[in-house]
Design a protein around this ligand. Structure first.
Ligand code: DON
Length: 346
C-alpha cells in the first residue's frame, strides 16, 4: 500500500482534508467570521472602481471572508469562491520574484522601501536615487515586473503565473477582458514606465514589462486564494495546504516589511496604527493580510473608499484585530492564538 493510500483505497490526504473540514466546521472562528460577515454586509459605503471600465462590472454586494492557518485549516464565509482580479494585491508577490531572481542589493538599487503619502498611481520618483519609492505603488510594481527573468516575454508571463499558482495551490488564469481594459487605459502606467526608463530604472524591454504588469493585475483569484497566499507568507513561504514552497524563506520578511509600511495605499500608516498586520489591497476589492506564524486572512468586497481600499474589508480587519489582539505590537495579555480558533474547543 502506498503511503498515500489506506485500506479502503481512499487517499489519506483526502481523509485528512475531510477531517480538517469537519473540525473547522465547528470552530469558534467560523462563528466569529459569520457574525462579522452579517454585521458588515449591510454597509453600503464606497464605490466600485471604474477607472478601468471592466472593473465597474463587479457586483457591489459581493462579500467574502476567508482565513487559513499555517496548519492548512481553512474557514470561508460569504462569496469566498467568487473570482475577481487580484490587482495591486499582486505587488508584494512580484517584488518577491524580483528578489529571488536578482537578490536584495540589485533590487534595492531599482526600488526603494520608503512609504509615500501619495496615491498608488502617482508619477513620482525619489529625487535623490531616481527610484520608485516602494514596490507597493505602481512605479515600484512596474520596476519589479521589469526584474522578472525569462528568455522571452511568454516565459516571463509563465514564470509569473507559476509563482502565483504556487501561492494559491492551483493554476491561476488571467481575465482577458480586464487585461485588455487595463492595457487600453494604461496611459498613466506607460508614463510612469517611461519616466523610469529615462533614469535607467527599467530596461529597454519596458513595453513587454508593462504588458506583464497588466497581466499580473488581471489575474483571477478568490478570497480563499488570498487567505492561502497570506498563510503561505505566515508559514515562512511554504503553502500550508499543498506543502509547496512559493518563495525562498529568506525573502519573506522583505515582503512583510513593505506590506506593513506601504501596503494599504496612502492609508498605510493608519492601517499600521489601527490594525497592525502586514497587508495589501487591490482595487478589485481584495485584501490579503498576514498574521506571521499563525495564518492568512483574505477579504473581498468591491466597494472602495476614497483611498482605494475595500470599505467592508477594512471593517472586517478592524474587528478581527480588536477581538484577537492581532496588532504586532499588542500587549501580550491581549494577544490570542488565532490558530487555536480554527479547531473546536477540546
Ligand atoms: O495600475 C493600475 O491601474 C491597476 N491595475 C493597479 C491596481 C491597484 O489595485 C492599485 N494599487 N495600488
Amino acid at each position: 500500500m502506498s503511503s498515500s493510500q489506506n485500506g479502503t483505497g481512499e487517499s489519506s490526504s483526502h481523509l485528512d482534508a475531510l477531517l480538517t473540514r469537519m473540525k473547522s466546521a465547528a470552530s469558534p472562528l467560523r462563528e466569529v467570521l459569520r457574525e462579522i460577515h452579517a454585521k458588515y454586509a449591510s454597509l453600503d459605503d464606497g464605490n466600485v472602481a471604474s477607472y478601468i471600465p471592466e472593473l465597474s462590472k463587479a457586483n457591489p454586494a459581493w462579500f467574502g471572508i476567508s482565513a487559513v492557518s499555517v496548519q492548512g485549516q481553512a474557514i470561508d464565509v460569504g462569496d469566498y469562491e467568487q473570482q475577481f482580479t487580484i490587482q495591486s494585491a499582486s505587488k508584494p508577490f512580484m517584488f518577491g520574484l524580483g528578489l529571488e531572481d536578482h537578490g536584495r542589493e540589485h533590487v534595492l538599487s531599482k526600488i526603494g522601501v520608503q512609504p509615500i503619502g501619495e496615491a498608488f498611481n502617482s508619477i513620482t520618483l525619489d529625487q535623490v536615487a531616481n527610484r520608485p519609492f516602494n514596490p507597493m505603488i505602481n512605479a515600484g510594481a512596474i520596476a519589479a515586473a521589469d526584474l522578472v527573468e525569462g528568455k522571452d516575454y511568454p516565459e516571463r508571463v509563465t514564470r509569473m503565473i507559476d509563482m502565483f499558482s504556487r501561492y494559491c495551490g492551483r493554476t491561476v488564469y488571467v481575465d482577458n477582458s480586464v487585461f485588455t481594459s487595463e492595457r487600453m487605459t494604461g496611459h498613466r502606467n506607460r508614463a510612469i514606465g517611461h519616466l523610469m526608463l529615462n533614469f535607467d530604472m527599467v530596461s529597454d524591454q519596458l513595453d513587454e514589462t508593462l504588458e506583464l504588469y497588466f497581466q499580473q493585475c488581471s489575474l483571477l483569484v478568490t478570497c480563499h486564494d488570498l487567505a492561502v497566499m497570506g498563510a503561505t507568507l505566515a508559514n515562512g513561504g511554504v503553502n500550508p495546504i499543498t506543502g509547496v514552497r512559493a518563495i525562498e524563506a529568506e525573502y519573506v520578511k522583505d515582503l512583510l516589511s513593505v506590506m506593513h509600511t506601504c501596503g494599504m495605499y496612502d492609508y498605510a500608516g493608519e492601517w499600521a496604527y489601527r490594525i497592525g498586520i502586514p497587508a495589501k489591497s487591490g482595487v478589485g476589492g481584495g485584501i490579503v493580510a498576514v498574521i506571521p506564524g499563525q495564518g492568512g486572512i483574505g477579504t473581498f468586497s468591491p466597494k472602495l473608499d476614497v483611498k482605494g481600499n475595500s470599505v467592508r474589508g477594512i471593517k472586517v480587519f478592524e474587528d478581527l484585530a480588536q477581538r484577537y489582539g492581532l496588532h504586532v505590537f499588542e500587549a501580550d495579555d491581549k494577544k490570542q492564538s488565532l490558530v487555536s480558533q480554527f479547531s473546536p474547543p477540546k
